[in-house]
Design a protein around this ligand. Structure first.
Ligand code: ATP
Ligand code: MG
Length: 138
């Protein structure tokens, strides 16, 4: 069985239930789930691969702006299957190319694209260890 790391971003607080329902209905098993509020430094570390890109600061500020929900998802081919369910990175593109996808339905624009998914099994391991190892902040 494969696994991936999924995260509901801060723009989707009011849709957490619907997104969890979609995940389970699509056949993933949720083996771990946690709510967290990233500090700016947590968000910088989580998205370190994007440091220096024009959207990096906006992305980091957004990800630290409110709570997120992180999940370890278990399924055969979990990484590509979850990315398929999320849809394209840009919600406007998603609404054209994958109108039933989570980003099409719940994303707004740019960084505010509702959900995150690991891009490879090695990223999933790194992200799961990072997220579930975070100190709870008061
Ligand atoms: P994620 O890693 O969040 O699952 P992704 O793998 O589809 O998304 P990446 O290229 O890894 O896309 O970008 C990480 C995140 O940075 C995107 O989800 C989005 O929030 C933000 N982002 C990426 N490109 C842009 C952009 N051109 N403008 C604004 N934000 C962007
Ligand atoms: Mg990515």
């Amino acid at each position: 069985r494969g696994r991936t790391f999924a995260m509901i971003k801060p723009d989707c607080y009011s849709h957490i239930g619907k997104i969890v329902d979609t995940i389970v209905t699509a056949g993933f098993r949720i083996s771990h789930m946690k709510m967290a509020h990233f500090t700016i430094d947590d968000a910088r570390q989580f998205y370190a691969e994007h440091q220096g890109k024009p959207f990096y600061n906006e992305l980091v500020n957004f990800m630290a702006s409110d709570v997120v929900v992180g999940m370890e998802l278990i399924a055969e081919n979990a990484v590509p299957r979850w990315r398929e369910l999320m849809g394209p990175t840009n919600p406007n593109t998603a609404r054209v190319d994958a109108p039933r996808s989570l980003r099409a339905v719940f994303g707004t624009e740019g960084s505010h694209n509702a959900v995150h998914g690991s891009d490879a099994p090695a990223s999933a391991t790194r992200e799961i260890n990072f997220f579930f190892g975070l100190q709870a902040n008061p």
